[in-house]
Write a protein that binds this ligand. Structure first.
Ligand code: PSV
Ligand code: MN
Length: 432
């Protein structure tokens, strides 16, 4: 229990009391079903309860599109208020104990004070994110035509120094990783020399990697397109993988589920990166068309499950160096961000729980027998199992809510914040 719980614990206890009996009945029924499949419920519950996913600080604000942003009531106005909202998600779901900050959006005046404030809320810090896709006010040189890959060495130097500043802040906060996503690329054929731009990317990253503290990891996040609409420097997993190998041991690839061409087999990309020893982590979200940043599992829950099948497989085989970092990365245009983040965190947990249910021995046999239909049936048997009672119990055991959405709405948190946090004047469009 955090020193400063954001939701009143007795309220959660009362909510859980009203639902505990039904949960126990559902759980025991599921336990009987699983026993027939030789799955032991308790160890499954423990593994599910141990899953952790980081929250992006930017996820607690209302995002937007290129066209408009419709701010919701009680939006956080600074990093401390963002932490409070993140703490609600963690307190009710028990899945999100760390926050991933974006600098300069979240640059603290006093990192030590911020670390203490987070700890009081029961939170720590995950990977730091640099931002060289915007020009902050007063910055000497512009990133209009790129940052770490810019043709001008002085701009690249400025971007490198910004990344190192993020590391310094992260060090004071207890983070141990830096995620680099750059918007660098070209909007017109001929604008960029593809090979030279990629060389400059690797060269800049080497300088960043060389200055990382011991134990730190560097995650390279690729993205197919946007905001560059013709060519992006780190555009796909192959480029990202190659760049990581050129940068050094600290570098690995971060897979954002929205950053691929339509219909790409993301679970296979995940398997490839595991096999090549460079899977750094994830930004979970969902999409229908492009980098839509929708809530995890809202469009393709089966794909999310298949990604977790690869992750569970690698963990069970103890693939050397396999230790991916899990984060959400989504943007909420019309929903309450806290509700969306809770829903996503639980969907990630659900996909993991289902992946743990796959009968791997039977799957392996089906594969060896070229029994395609049976292989799929084995996956579907796991995917179609309702693991909801396991998730509910995991939350209850961590003093979270059996039904986080119902509890959150009943708590009046958003209404209180709407009064405490009057909307800031102005407002901007656009999120990347
Ligand atoms: C870019 O689209 C991205 O996925 C990167 O992770 C950024 O840091 C994040 O979104 C910010 O909106
Ligand atoms: Mn991302």
């Amino acid at each position: 229990m955090p020193d400063r719980p954001v939701i009143d614990p007795p309220l959660i206890a009362q909510h859980n009391d009203q639902r505990a009996a039904a949960m126990v009945t559902d759980l025991s029924h599921l336990g009987e079903q699983l026993a027939r499949r030789d799955v032991e419920l308790e160890s499954l519950c423990e593994r599910v309860g141990a899953l952790e996913v980081a929250i992006p600080s930017w996820g607690v604000g209302t995002g937007g599109t290129r066209f408009a942003r419709f701010p919701g009531p009680g939006e956080p106005r600074n990093v401390y208020e963002k932490l409070e909202d993140c703490a609600v998600v963690h307190q009710l779901t028990g899945v999100t104990p760390r926050v991933s900050l974006h600098i300069p959006w979240d640059a603290p005046d006093d990192a030590g004070e911020l670390r203490d404030a987070a700890a009081a809320l029961g939170l720590g810090f995950d990977a730091m994110n640099s931002n060289t896709f915007q020009d902050p006010p007063g910055q000497a040189l512009s990133y209009r035509f790129g940052s770490l890959t810019h043709v001008d060495r002085a701009v690249r130097q400025q971007a490198i120094e910004h990344n190192l500043e993020c590391v310094e802040i992260g060090r004071a906060l207890g983070s141990q990783a830096l995620t680099v996503w750059i918007a660098d690329g070209g909007n017109f054929p001929g604008q960029l020399h593809f090979r030279r731009a990629l060389d400059r990317y690797v060269e800049s990253l080497r300088e960043i990697a060389g200055a990382l503290p011991d134990g730190w990891r560097l995650f390279l996040e690729h993205k197919l397109y946007e905001p560059a609409f013709y060519s992006t420097v780190n555009n796909d997993w192959g480029t990202s993988y190659w760049a990581a190998t050129q940068v050094g041991e600290q570098a690995s690839c971060l897979v954002d589920l929205g950053h691929h061409a339509p219909n790409v087999n993301i679970e296979m990309i995940v398997a490839r990166l595991i096999q090549l020893g460079r899977l750094g982590g994830f930004h979970f979200n969902d999409s229908k068309y492009g980098d839509d940043d929708l809530d995890s599992g809202s469009i393709q829950p089966f794909q999310l499950f298949l990604v977790f099948c690869e992750l569970v497989d690698a963990a069970e085989e103890s693939v050397p160096g396999f230790d991916p970092a899990y984060m959400l990365d989504q943007s909420h245009n019309i929903t309450d961000p806290i509700e969306s983040l809770m829903a996503s965190a639980m969907e990630v947990q659900r996909a993991y729980a289902k992946a743990l249910l796959v009968d791997r021995v039977a799957l392996s046999q089906a594969q060896d027998n070229n029994d395609a239909l049976m292989a799929l049936e084995i996956l579907k048997a796991a995917f179609n199992t309702d693991v909801g009672p396991i998730l509910a119990q995991a939350r209850a055991r961590q003093s979270g809510a059996i039904d986080p959405l119902a509890l959150y709405r009943a708590s009046g948190y958003r209404q209180r914040k709407a009064v405490e946090r009057p909307a800031a004047a102005g407002g901007s469009a656009g999120i990347v």
